[in-house]
Write a protein that binds this ligand. Sequence first.
Ligand SMILES: *Cc1c(COP(=O)(O)O)cnc(C)c1O
Length: 370
Amino acid sequence: MAKRIYLSSPHMSDEGYEKAYIQEAFDTNSIAPLGKNVDEFEKELAAKVGIKAAAALSSGTAAIHMALKAAGVGEGDIVLCQDLTFSASANPIIYQNATPVFIDSDYETWNMDPKKLEEAFEKYPNAKAVVVVHLYGLAANLDEIISLCKKHHAMLIEDAAESLGTLYKGKYTGTFGDYGIYSFNGNKIITTSGGGMLVSNNEERIAKVRFWATQARDPARHYQHSELGYNYRMSNVVAGIGRGQLKVLDKRVEKKKYIFEFYKRELEHLEGLEMMPVNEWNQPNFWLSCIILRGKVRPINVIEALEAENIESRPIWKPMHMQPFYEKYDFIGEGVSEDIFNNGVCLPSDTKMTDEDLKRVCDIIKGLWN
Ligand SMILES: *Cc1c(COP(=O)(O)O)cnc(C)c1O
């Protein structure tokens, strides 16, 4: 069997930065939750993206949960959430006993359509918060979404789980909303094996999240709790991996961009094939290179042809309004997310791929047009 090519797998630094930070944690017995790596990872990530405060958490999902709680979302509140996304964008809305309403995407960004968001605000003028996603590292139409949130007094949460390193008009995604979240899950652009970060310019709310995320222990010698707590903090060992990975983030973005451009050069001329949209105000991190197929070659043909050669690819996220669990919630849209889902494929975008690997993938895909 030929060498396995992955969609996106962990890629530790050649320099061994991650191991050095972990070694330091071992040498100082800072294994237990919290410690220098956690504090420094928060500061270093905040400095990198240009925001005042960050809280390192156990996952991106936990970060979305804490963002909703910090934004004041509670029982019965309406949250307007992007429809085309991974379920973790929406699940924490349910954890908070709030009600999601799903908003369609547009073809220009693949992300939340501001026109549909406006319609949703007309129908739900008291919507408490908006969860926008920067899918596959493509930035959403933030200017318009922000102005709608301001106009309707709704909090904006950016799910930047897939877009760490993406710039919108020169500024990092995740730093525009009231809260932003990043994920360090194993397949994300940088990984800690598992983890997440909540960021905000509201330092007081971030401090509050750290409190909730460490079991909400009141400052008393005995164990006293005035609020509901969670065990959501990142461990000091894991944070060491994150500090090392952050040093190579720019390199990973560069390679992801190279992969996208390689595919574009090789595949864009094929009948009925389109690359994912990149706007001029958008400097994506190209987390995954995605294509749309509108001709005789269907997504399943590409996925199966690659799988037969031990190469991983996958469909586009299945929209939330089509998920059995979420079907009963309202959806404001016209089938754009469904169309992208039906016709899209995520191509292998692993930063360890060589030119030879990329050529192998392209040759298999081109073969389907013969
Ligand atoms: C990965 C991902 C998450 C969840 O992050 P975890 O760290 O895996 O909990 C949330 N939203 C999107 C869009 C994601 O891709």
